[in-house]
Design a protein around this ligand. Structure first.
Ligand SMILES: Nc1ncnc2c1ncn2[C@@H]1O[C@H](COP(=O)(O)OP(=O)(O)OP(=O)(O)O)[C@@H](O)[C@H]1O
Length: 474
């Protein structure tokens, strides 16, 4: 496979027999409800106007979009990508002026006829959403009142965010949209006539099974965070079941993610046979505009003290603090709140209404510090987030770790977590807390596997620490 000057691998489509794609066994399909959906409870009508926090951010994109080594670079204009006039209006209305590299590369392939499947990889925050949303909007017949494009995401927060992009980009079209996330539909809904449906896999399966969604007209099936959606340790079974409920031919399958680890790559190729592929190399996975640091903490308690010491820095812009467990997120946030700090916590055990309120308040800047779990490690796009803290490093789940004393870091989740900052060329910093030999080794493995240096920050000289971090954020 040849790598081109822009650092992308674009091999010819690889032929995989369609039958193989369906061959993956469904392990006890009824048993596993996605973790996300288990936690969901009744919610009120959905606020789709989610992207209302962008205007405060000033950024000079022009230089980066003119630098051929940047993932934001393109030689083409949106006009040259074959998009309908109404969609161009939507794009410019969102304030975009030039496509990013993934948009420039993927869109002509995605829009060409006959439709071809796509496996697309590009760093976090480089505009993959627009590429698949514009494809869905381009393939829909607005005169036909039936589902034509389905999009799946791993969390309700991400599904809601994607929907806000569909609505913003489709503003000058007559597109109709609907959610497939728990409790968002009226209970007595019998038939969805909307053309684009965005949701999470469990609810999508339910609506397809009950024929509330008639799949006969579906032409596009998108998986955002596709490696996560196809992972057999995670949502893979459910995603495959959705696919099996769609027509066997005519559906263009589109997979996008910033990461495609080896163990899902082969399955992805079977899931989306004969796909055009746009791939990155491992060392290209995280963007350079995110400066990575670590802090040596003495023990768990010291981690908490350091977090509190960082509070002023955390609130310069906005920050996301990632913990491994829900109870840690709750504990830290309760303690910080009791000590007079202003923080919010979000995880999958909270009910849907509360989750929606928390993320919306954070998006609007009403909360500046969000303490959370991996539930929002992927996809969430909030431009003012300039700092991510890995209070706990992300770890592979138990099934993937052979020995409990040799717990491996989850490098993909790490890449997605730090990618919540540094969006579309903005600067951001990430800070890892290490507090013992094990976490130190885990961080070293992350460093090795990503090929990016993680710099030490002193924890005992607050002024030096602040100065270093402020400088990296500028
Ligand atoms: N061509 C463009 N010009 C300006 N801004 C853009 C452009 N394309 C996307 N953006 C903005 O860049 C931000 C990141 O885009 P997006 O969320 O699609 O990234 P992503 O590649 O899907 O990231 P992740 O891997 O984290 O999901 C969004 O705020 C989006 O509105």
């Amino acid at each position: 496979m040849e790598k081109d000057a822009d650092g992308f691998y674009t091999p010819a489509p690889v032929a995989v027999p369609a039958a193989e794609a369906e061959a993956k066994p469904e392990a006890n399909p009824e048993a596993k409800l996605e973790d996300e959906e288990k936690a969901e409870a009744p919610t009120e009508s959905v606020n789709t106007d989610l992207i209302n926090s962008t205007f405060e951010v000033s950024v000079t994109l022009a230089d980066q979009q003119a630098d051929s080594s940047s993932p934001l670079y393109s030689v083409k204009t949106f006009e040259e990508l074959g998009l309908h006039q109404d969609l161009l209006k939507g794009i410019y209305d969102m304030g975009f002026s030039k496509p990013s590299k993934i948009q420039e590369r993927a869109l002509p392939l995605l829009l060409s006829n006959p439709p071809t499947n796509m496996i697309g990889q590009s760093q976090s925050g480089t505009g993959k959403t627009a590429a698949f949303v514009l494809t869905m909007l381009s393939r829909v017949d607005f005169n036909l009142n039936k589902p034509q494009a389905l999009c799946l995401a791993p969390s309700r927060e991400l599904a809601r965010q994607i929907m806000s992009v569909v609505i913003a980009m489709g503003k000058f079209t007559s597109v109709q949209t609907e959610y497939a996330i728990k409790e968002n539909l009226p209970r007595n809904a019998t038939r969805i006539t909307a053309q684009i449906i965005v949701g999470t896999p469990g609810t999508m399966i339910d609506l397809l099974r009950r024929k509330v969604i008639d799949a006969s007209g579906v032409r596009v099936f998108v998986l955002d965070e596709a490696d996560n959606m196809l992972d057999q340790d995670g949502l893979g079974d459910q995603t495959l079941r959705v696919k099996n409920l769609l027509p066997k031919s005519q559906v263009q399958i589109i997979l996008f993610s910033a990461t495609f680890p080896d163990h899902v790559r082969a399955f992805a190729s079977k899931f989306a046979p004969n796909a055009n592929k746009i791939e990155l190399q491992r060392e290209e996975l995280s963007v350079d505009s995110i400066r990575q640091f670590y802090m040596d903490c003495r023990d768990e308690e010291h981690k908490y003290d350091i977090l509190v010491t960082l509070y002023t820095l955390l609130t310069i812009g906005q920050s996301i603090i990632f913990c491994q467990h829900r109870h840690t997120a709750d504990r830290i946030s309760a303690r910080m709140t009791a000590e007079g700090h202003h923080v919010a916590s979000l995880h999958g055990a909270k009910d849907a209404t509360e989750r929606d309120q928390i993320i919306d308040r954070f998006r609007e800047g009403k909360e500046k510090v969000l303490i959370t779990t991996n539930v929002i490690a992927r996809g969430i796009d909030i431009l003012q987030v300039n700092m991510v803290v890995n209070y706990d490093l992300p770890l592979m789940n138990e099934r993937s770790n052979s020995r409990p004393d040799d717990v491996r870091p989850d490098v993909e989740t790490y890449i997605h977590r730090i990618g919540r900052t540094g969006r579309f060329g903005r600067k951001g910093i990430s800070v890892n807390f290490v507090h013992d030999r094990k976490t130190w080794q885990q961080m070293q493995q992350i460093e090795e596997q990503t090929g990016k240096k993680i710099m030490r920050i002193e924890t005992n000289d607050i002024d030096v620490m602040e100065e270093k971090m402020r400088k990296a954020m500028k």
